[in-house]
Design a protein around this ligand. Structure first.
Ligand code: SF4
Ligand code: SF4
Length: 163
């Protein structure tokens, strides 16, 4: 099987400028607005800004929850939503443990990060990158980043100020 990859953010580098989020909403929907973006940035009380993206989970609870089969995995391992099939029920939104999929404000279709890399290219401080388990173990052999994300998971995925 293709090694699964996803975009990951480093909160110790991110400045919370929101360029990634705005680039995303502009690129796909021609509007500036976090509620449109496939990425989000959460600011915690300790001053850390977490850029957050779909983890492209191996077990994909979003795909399992979709009652109409609108979410599928590409040959590159990326989970994508078929807009024509999505019936806006929100089951994927409820199922996602990472708050990484939501319904667009206008058509109410499910939308999530598809690893296009537009935000990665434009982050002025290189706080976000595309990675996989093997890549991450080389970049971060001590596991600092995932520990940081795990330590704050309750605030990140259940509350936390959305910038
Ligand atoms: S563009 Fe970079 S620095 Fe700005 S919010 Fe996104 S990840 Fe953080
Ligand atoms: S949308 Fe959520 S459940 Fe689906 S693959 Fe991404 S992180 Fe996992």
């Amino acid at each position: 099987m293709t090694e699964l990859s996803h975009v990951l953010g480093d909160p110790e580098v991110c400045t919370g400028c929101m360029i990634c989020v705005n680039v995303c909403s502009m690129f796909y929907f021609k509007v500036i607005g976090p509620e449109w973006a496939r990425a989000r940035v959460i600011r915690l009380e300790n001053g850390l800004d977490f850029p957050l993206f779909c983890r492209n989970c191996e077990d994909a609870p979003c795909m399992a929850a979709c009652p109409v089969g609108a979410i599928t995995r590409t040959s590159k391992g990326i989970l994508v939503v078929n807009n024509r099939k999505c019936d806006s029920c929100g089951a994927c939104v409820t199922a996602c443990p990472y708050d990484a999929i939501h319904l667009t404000p206008d058509t109410r279709k499910a939308v999530k990060c598809i690893q296009c890399g537009e935000c990665v290219k434009r982050c002025p401080v290189h706080a976000i990158f595309l990675t996989s388990a093997a890549d991450l173990s080389k970049r971060d052999p001590e596991g600092r980043l995932m520990r940081l994300h795990d330590r704050h998971s309750a605030e990140l995925y259940d509350g936390g100020e959305r910038l």
